[in-house]
Design a protein around this ligand. Structure first.
Ligand SMILES: Nc1ncnc2c1ncn2[C@@H]1O[C@H](COP(=O)(O)OP(=O)(O)OP(=O)(O)O)[C@@H](O)[C@H]1O
Ligand SMILES: O=C(O)c1ccc[n+]([C@@H]2O[C@H](COP(=O)([O-])O)[C@@H](O)[C@H]2O)c1
Length: 186
């Protein structure tokens, strides 16, 4: 057994979290030799993507983690790095803070087209193992596993906007939080 805690990081807006994120976490934990999966909501999105406040997205991710036995967590680290939300800076910060952990970075294949615009993706690949999941609709070289759920936060926000509650796509505890706080027009 490794002396290190092996942590897979799944960064994103989580606006809101959905079953695609949940399935991705389960898939990674089941197949990619990791002990924990951490959801890492954006604080300052590098491309300026607008979302409901960070605290709500953290709390919705927490609700999504509640039924797992501690291996699925939410990290507030993006609010602590103090820079402009670039993943390379977050990874350096986490590695300095947790020398006892071995991190990997998980991304969906929809993100591959954006990587030329990321800061220092070459350095990211030197710092950590990068796992690219096959997001349904985005086939690409080098992905792992079968196509994962065809669901996005964008679809969910659109359904909410037209009064069609996406109870089949969002963990029920996440929807409870969104309802209690009147997020997304609920
Ligand atoms: N259904 C899915 N299958 C595989 N990966 C996913 C899926 N949904 C999201 N991801 C991955 O999870 C990470 C965070 O995604 P994010 O929170 O931006 O969700 P999203 O559904 O893509 O949101 P939006 O529609 O608002 O862009 C990204 O790496 C993304 O590729
Ligand atoms: O590091 C970068 O330059 C960079 C540029 C854009 C996005 N990211 C990260 O990519 C992850 C997914 O973002 P998104 O747009 O799908 O919500 C999230 O963790 C972002 O911080 C990172």
């Amino acid at each position: 057994m490794s002396a290190f805690v092996k942590v897979a990081l799944l960064g994103g807006s989580f606006n809101p979290p959905h079953v695609g994120h949940l399935m991705a976490a389960h898939y990674v934990r089941a197949t990619q030799d990791v002990d924990e999966v951490w959801f890492m909501p954006t604080f300052r999105h590098p491309f300026g993507k607008a979302s409901v406040p960070f605290e709500h997205r953290v709390r919705m991710c927490d609700r999504m983690c509640e039924d797992a036995s501690g291996w699925m967590k939410t990290s507030r680290v993006e609010s602590e790095v103090g820079k402009d939300g670039r993943t390379v800076d977050t990874l350096e910060f986490l590695q300095a803070r947790h020398p006892e952990h071995r991190f990997s970075l998980v991304i969906g294949s929809d993100i591959l087209k954006d990587l030329p615009h990321w800061k220092d993706f070459d350095r990211i690949q030197k710092l950590v193992r990068v796992v690219v999941l096959y997001r349904a609709g985005y086939p690409a070289e080098g992905t792992v596993g079968p196509p994962l759920a065809e669901v996005s936060s964008t679809d969910i926000r659109e359904r909410l906007a037209r009064g069609d509650p996406p109870t089949d796509l969002v963990p029920s505890k996440v929807l409870v939080h969104a309802r209690e706080h009147h997020l997304y027009g609920l």
